[in-house]
Write a protein that binds this ligand. Structure first.
Ligand code: NAI
Ligand code: 15L
Length: 282
């Protein structure tokens, strides 16, 4: 008999425990487009949402619901009837505070309020390494290290993690906050040799985050099995996340780029260039 294939390694195979209805926010973004495909086996119905156009549903397994996360009523209707949420939607880079406020602070509050009102049991929150971006690259930290956000964006993700903890403590809504490193097809620079998270490893981590029982509020760093890493995931060992990819296969390609000066934030801080963006509007 052939060996069983783990669901995370074969997206075409139905998940052994499909959810009745899973909501994916930010479905039009870089990671959203990946997960729109790869989460299909995780649920009987995948409800995809974004403020950007998403096109028509891709089959009877999909519902497309446009929504601005800053609109509380719209988010409430978006979440109604869903069993779990993978929350990717929002501003994903450093921006002026007002933009971050609407999409990421009001927006994440609206998602949790709707989750509470509609009895959603599990949220996977796309947090970011920029919650701890002001640690230096020669430091190794874990999920218990004090947060050191590197901008308004990192602060908004830090707020999202606090909200997740509060909604678990007060209402029992469970969350895995994934502090994603750099999830792209390939590491684009030297810093990403440490922070890179392959799409396959991202899918595995979302699988663990959705289906591992009793996570409470767990914080996990999202990185592949890279040779040099800055983050220790022992506090999230119960998820059983075992990344299979490594940035190492891209080393020669990345190291053919011009060297980064030693005083460049990209060579100093875990958050790289995010630590030096802004102020805005002076
Ligand atoms: P992205 O910027 O490509 O996608 C974000 C999506 O959110 C976009 O489609 C955008 O239209 C949508 N969005 C923005 N404001 C919205 C609003 N007010 N209402 C509804 N939708 C709104 O970002 P990406 O790379 O796909 O990241 C997805 C999530 O993962 C983001 O939350 C990001 O902060 C987080 N993340 C991603 C990392 C990466 O390496 N790709 C690293 C760390 C965190
Ligand atoms: C993030 O949080 C961003 O969403 C993504 O675009 C990358 O910049 C990533 O961090 C990173 O740190 O490389």
């Amino acid at each position: 008999m052939p060996a069983a294939i783990a669901p995370e390694s074969d997206p075409a195979r139905a998940h052994p425990h499909p959810l009745p209805r899973l909501l994916l926010t930010g479905a039009g973004g870089g990671l959203g487009r990946v997960l729109r495909e790869r989460l299909t086996p995780f649920a009987r119905v995948l409800r995809v949402s974004d403020v950007a156009p998403l096109g028509a549903p891709r089959g009877p397994h999909e519902e497309v619901v446009p929504c601005d996360l800053a609109d509380r009523r719209a988010v409430d209707a978006l979440v109604a009837g869903c069993d779990a949420i993978v929350h990717l939607g929002g501003v994903s880079v450093e921006r002026p505070f007002e933009e971050v406020l609407e999409a990421n602070i009001r927006g994440v509050f609206h998602v949790y309020e709707a989750a509470r009102r509609h009895g959603v049991k599990r949220v996977v929150f796309a947090s970011s390494n920029h919650v701890t971006g002001f640690y230096r690259q020669d430091e190794r930290i874990d999920a218990h290290a004090a947060r050191r956000p590197d901008g308004y964006y990192g602060l908004s993700k830090s707020f999202g993690e606090d909200l997740a903890q509060f909604y678990f403590d007060r209402y029992g809504v469970e969350t895995v906050s994934i502090r994603i490193g750099s999830s792209f097809p390939e590491p684009a620079n030297r810093r990403m040799m440490s922070t890179w998270l392959s799409y396959d490893d991202l899918v595995q981590l979302v699988d663990k985050a959705l289906f591992t029982p009793g996570v409470g509020h767990t914080v996990v760093y999202g990185m592949s099995a890279n040779r040099t890493v800055w983050w220790d995931n022992h506090a999230a060992a119960h998820l059983g996340f075992a990344p299979k990819d490594s940035s190492e296969v891209f080393r020669a390609q990345v190291e053919s780029q011009p060297p980064v000066p030693a005083d460049d934030p990209n060579a100093i801080y875990q958050g790289g260039g995010f630590t030096a963006q802004g102020p805005f509007g002076d």
